[in-house]
Design a protein around this ligand. Structure first.
Ligand code: PMP
Length: 471
C-alpha cells in the first residue's frame, strides 16, 4: 500500500517550485507549508523531542514546554500528541489569533503573555516558560533558541533535501533568521557538501538587528530579532551560527508584504510574512547572480494564518502599507509638506515632565495642538517611532494643571503622567473616515502612519479642510 504509518512520517520532504523572477537566474522556493503541521518547524519539533528522549530529559508522563511564536508550538504539539506528552506553550500577545487557536486545536495548553516586556522580566515569554518547565514535574523546556537539535534538524533534513532536489546545482540558499536554526543547519550542510561553493544569504526585516538594524519593532512575525528598549543586554540565540552565513540582506516590511501579496495573486502560492521577506531577498540575490545560478529560498509557512493581517486590506491600510483610493480625499491629502519633512515631535517616557513641557510649549507657540505622542524609545530626526511604540500621549493642559495641583513635579519621569495614545491613521485611509473616528476621541490630533511608522501629526481641522466641499 502507498501509505504512511503516522503523522511523523509526513514531516518535511517538501517540494521545490520555480518562482518567476526578473533575472536570468533560476529561483526555487522550498514550500515548507506542505509539511504536515504547516511549517518548517515540524522538523525541529520532532528532532528536539527525540533528542530529549535519547538524552533522558523527556519520558512517559512528561510535559513539553516552550515559548513560541506559533509554528514551533505546532511542531512540538503534533509530535507530543502523537507520542502522548502534555504540551504547554507560552506566546506573546503579538501573535495572531489564528496561531493560538491552531495550537489549542492540537491539544496544547496556551499561556498568553504581554509582548512589551524586556527579556529580564519574569513575564517575558521565554523567562516564564523556563520557570514553568523547572516547576512542572517531568517538565522539559525545548528551548529552540539554544538547542543544538534545532539547527541539526535542518542539517539532517532540509539541507540534504535541497541538495538532492537540485541534483547538487544549488548555488545560493536564502532564508530568514529567527532562531537561526534553518539557515545554520541547512546552510552548514550545503557548504560542506559543495566545498563551500553554495552562498548562504540571510533575509531580515529591515529594523531587525541581524542585518544591522537598531532592533525596533517591525511587522513581519517570526523572523528577525527585535530588541526591547529596556533590555539590559541583548543576547543572540546560539541556534544561529553566524559563521555559516555569507551576508544578511535587510528587507523593508513593505517590500516583504508587497512580495507575498503579489506571489499569491500571480503564482498561486499563499505564504506567510517571513516568506515575503525571504522571497524579496531571493529576488535581489537572483538579480545580481549569473544565468547559471540556482537560488533556493526557504518559505517557512502558509499565508492562511495571516489572513487577518497581511492579506487584510483594512489592516494594511490602517498601518500605512497601502496607497488607498486616490480618487477620493485621503489622510495623506491633509498632511502639510511642512509636517511631512520636519521631524515628528515625539517624547520618550524617559524624558522628564519639565522637558516635555518645554517641547509642548514650543509647539503651542507654533500654533499646533499642544499634544504629542510618547513612547518608550529614544528617537532621532531620522528615526521616527513605529506604530507599536506609540504607547501614550501628553497634553500641555494636563501637565500644566498637574504641576499647578502639585500632582506632578518637573523632575518626574513622563512615564508617570501619560494619557492614552493618540489615534493613528494610515496615510491612504479615506479622510472622511478619519474625521469620523477623530470626532469621538479626546484629542483632535492624530498620528499619520506610512509603512507602519509615524510620519506626521494631523489635526481634525486639517482633515476636514481636505474633504471636498459639498454643495
Ligand atoms: N518564519 C517563520 C514563519 C517561522 O516560524 C520561523 C521560526 N520562528 C522563521 C521564519 C525563522 O526560522 P528559524 O527559527 O529557523 O531561523
Amino acid at each position: 500500500m502507498d501509505v504512511y504509518e503516522s503523522a511523523l512520517d509526513l514531516i518535511g520532504g517538501t517540494p521545490l517550485v520555480r518562482i518567476r523572477s526578473a533575472g536570468a537566474a533560476a529561483v526555487y522556493a522550498k514550500l515548507e507549508y506542505l509539511s504536515v503541521g504547516g511549517s518548517a518547524k515540524d522538523r525541529i519539533g520532532r528532532r528536539m523531542i527525540e533528542q530529549a528522549e535519547k538524552d533522558g530529559l523527556l519520558g512517559p508522563g512528561g510535559t513539553v514546554v516552550e515559548a513560541t511564536s506559533g509554528n514551533t508550538g505546532v511542531g512540538l504539539a503534533l509530535v507530543a500528541a502523537e507520542k502522548g506528552y502534555r504540551t504547554v506553550l507560552v506566546v506573546s500577545d503579538r501573535v495572531s489569533r489564528e496561531k493560538v487557536d491552531t495550537l489549542r486545536a492540537f491539544g496544547a495548553e496556551v499561556v498568553v503573555k504581554p509582548s512589551n516586556r524586556p527579556r529580564e522580566h519574569p513575564d517575558h515569554p521565554m523567562r516564564f516558560a523556563a520557570h514553568l518547565a523547572e516547576t512542572t514535574p517531568g517538565g522539559w523546556l525545548a528551548n529552540q533558541y539554544d538547542n543544538p537539535a534545532n539547527p541539526e534538524a535542518h542539517y539532517l533534513t532540509t539541507g540534504p533535501e535541497i541538495w538532492r532536489q537540485t541534483h547538487g546545482r544549488v548555488t545560493h540558499l536564502v532564508s530568514c533568521i529567527g532562531t537561526g536554526g534553518t539557515i545554520s543547519g541547512a546552510g552548514r550542510y550545503l557548504k560542506e557538501v559543495s566545498g563551500s561553493a553554495v552562498q548562504v544569504i540571510g533575509a531580515d526585516p529591515a529594523s531587525s538587528v541581524y542585518a544591522g538594524g537598531d532592533g525596533r519593532p517591525y511587522f513581519i512575525e517570526a523572523a528577525g530579532h527585535f530588541v526591547h528598549p529596556d533590555t539590559a543586554q541583548d543576547v543572540w540565540p546560539t541556534s544561529y551560527q553566524r559563521d555559516v552565513v555569507d551576508r544578511v540582506v535587510p528587507v523593508a516590511d513593505r517590500q516583504a508584504l508587497d512580495t507575498l501579496r503579489q506571489l499569491a495573486r500571480t503564482q498561486g502560492l499563499l505564504v506567510g510574512g517571513s516568506s515575503g521577506t525571504a522571497l524579496a531577498a531571493a529576488h535581489q540575490v537572483a538579480a545580481g547572480a549569473g544565468a547559471d545560478a540556482v537560488v533556493v529560498v526557504v518559505l517557512p509557512d502558509s499565508g492562511r494564518q495571516y489572513l487577518s493581517k497581511y492579506f487584510n486590506d483594512a489592516w494594511m491600510l490602517g498601518l500605512g502599507f497601502l496607497d488607498g483610493d486616490a480618487s477620493g480625499a485621503r489622510v495623506a491629502d491633509a498632511v502639510t509638506e511642512d509636517s511631512r519633512t520636519s521631524p515628528l515631535p515625539y517624547l520618550t517616557t524617559r524624558t522628564t515632565v519639565g522637558e516635555a513641557l518645554a517641547a509642548l510649549r514650543a509647539r503651542a507657540g507654533a500654533g499646533a495642538d499642544a499634544v504629542l505622542p510618547a513612547g518608550p524609545c529614544p528617537t532621532s530626526s531620522d528615526r521616527r517611532p513605529m506604530a507599536p511604540e506609540l504607547t501614550g500621549s501628553v497634553t500641555l493642559a494636563a501637565l500644566e494643571s498637574a504641576l499647578h495641583d502639585g500632582t506632578a513635579a518637573p523632575s518626574d519621569p513622563l512615564a508617570d503622567h501619560l494619557e492614552p495614545p493618540l489615534l493613528a491613521f494610515g496615510y491612504g485611509e479615506p479622510a472622511e473616515d478619519a474625521v469620523g473616528r477623530l470626532a469621538g476621541h479626546t484629542h483632535s490630533t492624530a498620528v499619520v502612519l506610512r509603512d507602519g511608522c509615524a510620519e506626521a501629526l494631523i489635526t481634525s481641522s486639517a482633515l476636514r479642510a481636505a474633504l471636498p466641499t459639498r454643495h
